[in-house]
Each structure stands twice: as C-alpha cells, then as structure tokens.
Design a protein around this ligand. Structure first.
Ligand code: NAP
Length: 312
C-alpha cells in the first residue's frame, strides 16, 4: 500500500508521475469540489506536498489526523502555518540551495533591465517608434553600489554575480555574516542611502512585512532602483507606487507582489518598472531539482530515513 499524499498546489514543472510512482496522490487543486475530496481522503492522508507560494492553513493541518510530513516545493515557506505543524510535531521540509543560481541570475537580469531599459527598448522597437527616435538614455550598471537585503544562500550568490560587474557591495541582515567580504549595515535605511540598487532577498512572513518601507524607498532615492525577488509582503507596495509616482524612486524591478497574481495596476504604465510573474526559480533545470528534492524528502520520511532538508 502506497502512503497517501495530499497535493495542495500545482507547480510548473512538478513531476507528478514521479510522485505517483511512490505515493497515492490526491490533487486538491484539481478537485472540482475540494471539500468533497477532503472529506473522503482526510482520514487517510499521511503526507502533504505544498509549494513556496501557496497557503497551508492550520485548519487544513488539523483536518488531517494522520498527517506526518509537509514537503514544500520552494525555499520560502511563509505560506505554511508552521506553528500548527510544530504543535503536532509534523516536520516541514523545503528546497534550499538548488534554486540559488537561478534566483540570483534573475535578480541580476532584473537589475540590468531596470537600469538599461532592455524591455523598454523592446517595447520601443515593437511599437514602431525607432524611426522617430531613440529611447531615453539609461543608467550604467558596472561599478555601481549594490545593497543586498538578506545575505543568505541566495543573497551571497547575487553578491558574487555583482562582483563580476565590479560593484561595491554592502548588505543588511539581522546579523553580520563572518565569511563574506562585504560591508555590513545594521540599519536598512543606511544601506539604502548608500546604494544605487537595493536587491531584496529575505524570507517573507510577519517579521519582514514592509521591511522595505517608505523611509527606505526614499533613502534609495530618485536615481535608485529597487529589485525584489523575495516576497511581495517585504515591500510596502502602496509606498512604492507613491514614491515612483512622485519620482522619489528611480525605478523598480519586481518578481514578487503582495497579492499574486494581482499586480497593482498603477505599476503597469510605468516605463521605469519591470514586472515579472514570480519566475525566480522557473527554469526547467531548477524546477526539476526542486521537485526531486521535495519527493526525496517524502520518500526519506516514509522509508524511515533522515529528512534531507527539514526547516530549522
Ligand atoms: P536564507 O538563506 O534563509 O537567507 C535569508 C537572509 O535574510 C539571511 O541573511 C537572514 O539573515 C536575512 N533575514 C531574515 N530575516 C530578516 C529580517 N527580519 N531582517 C533582515 N534580514 C533578515 O534564505 P534564501 O534561501 O537566501 O532565500 C531567501 C528568500 O528568497 C526565501 O525565503 C524566499 O522567500 C525568496 N525566494 C524567492 C524566489 C522567487 O522565485 N522570487 C525563489 C526562491 C526564494 P539574519 O538571520 O541574520 O537576519
């Protein structure tokens, strides 16, 4: 008898046939009537597969009396009620490290695009405007000052990429990181003041909600560019829109939003803003690695082996 696993969210590139080769999988996201499916399978479900962007409410965890593990396909798990899982001693796993490169690549791509206007230039060409003139001048990237908010697994790869662009790098986190050569700023507003670019890559959740507030955005300033590859909740979106409207911030490149997939319509017409649909990890290679790690954690649990990547 294969253990029964509840899949609570779909994820582009997730290898469901592989998961089904190990488990009986019930796809909540595919059910015409999720309540009916839950009522039927809840007493038997022993594992759960979630995603970094989805929600796993405590009420759902409580409805699954035999739940033994939650495997999150994603490194961020702010959508999961971890406290509810801990109360039941249910371990939660995530997929750290395997996505570092692709998220860092995207952060650099967004940073360069927001500075050099690649997508803006593309729009210019496609609209047939080139014969009438060139788009406005852009801003140089190489040698500029980069502030990284969060010097963790992904933050340090972004810093490494930026070093190749001869950037001067500083960072903010709650703690100084011993093994990086970059300047530490205990106050985020000070980092913003001394940066041309602020790249945000901290976890989401209550603790970091609106960490990038109006004061931080204003400190980054009219020439500054904000890049967010963390979670939409980390940036005060209303303040961001206000500062962009006023010209108090130079530009923004955003992969994540507060209420995905809804993106504030005020941002749509802004030519100094690059908008991406949460694609930090969305490459074939990285999604395959994330999926494998998610399933490997489930398999390890049900084989009585140590989990590969439990959250701390
Ligand atoms: P990580 O290794 O845990 O690093 C997180 C960093 O944030 C650490 O430097 C941590 O340092 C800092 N931090 C945590 N809380 C903070 C706070 N309240 N104030 C300031 N700094 C704080 O995480 P990671 O693997 O690099 O991933 C970071 C996040 O990126 C994920 O949690 C996820 O939300 C996001 N992400 C997005 C995508 C995407 O598709 N766009 C893909 C993957 C990940 P201290 O503990 O010293 O504060």
């Amino acid at each position: 008898m294969k253990p029964e696993v509840l899949s609570v969210a779909d994820f582009s590139g997730f290898d469901f046939p592989l998961m089904e080769s190990h488990f009986t999988v019930h796809k909540l996201w595919q059910a015409a009537d999720p309540e009916t499916l839950l009522a039927e399978v809840a007493p038997r479900v022993r594992g759960m597969q979630a995603t970094g962007t989805g929600t796993v409410a405590g009420t759902l965890i409580e409805r699954l009396p035999k739940l033994e593990i939650i495997a999150c396909c994603g490194v961020g798990y702010d959508g999961i009620d971890v406290a509810a899982a801990r109360r039941r001693k249910i371990p939660v796993t995530n997929t750290p490290d395997v996505l570092n490169d692709c998220v860092a690549d995207l952060a650099m791509g967004l940073l360069i695009d927001a500075s050099r206007g690649i997508v803006r230039g593309d729009r210019h060409v496609r609209a047939g405007k080139w014969p009438q003139g060139e788009p406005p001048l852009a801003a140089r990237v190489s040698g500029k000052r980069l502030g990284v908010v969060g010097m963790g697994r992904i933050g340090r790869i972004i810093a490494r990429r930026a070093s190749g662009f001869d950037m001067q790098i500083a960072y903010h986190a709650r703690h100084r990181v011993a093994d990086v050569p970059f300047t530490y700023r205990a106050e985020l507003v000070d980092l913003a003041k001394d940066s041309d670019y602020l790249v945000v890559v901290v976890p989401g959740g209550k603790e970091t909600r609106h960490l990038v507030n109006e004061a931080v955005i204003r400190a980054l300033g009219p020439q500054g560019i904000l890049v967010n590859v963390a979670r939409g909740t980390v940036v005060d979106e209303a303040a961001l829109v206000k500062c962009l409207r006023e010209g108090a911030l130079g530009g923004a490149a955003l992969d994540v939003f507060d209420k995905e997939p809804r993106v504030p319509e005020a941002l749509w017409p802004m030519d100094n803003v690059v908008l991406a649909p949460h694609i930090g990890s969305a490459t074939r290679e990285t999604r395959a690695a994330m999926c494998k790690l998610t399933i490997d954690n489930l398999v390890a649990h049900f084989s009585g082996k140590p989990l590969l990547t439990p959250i701390g």
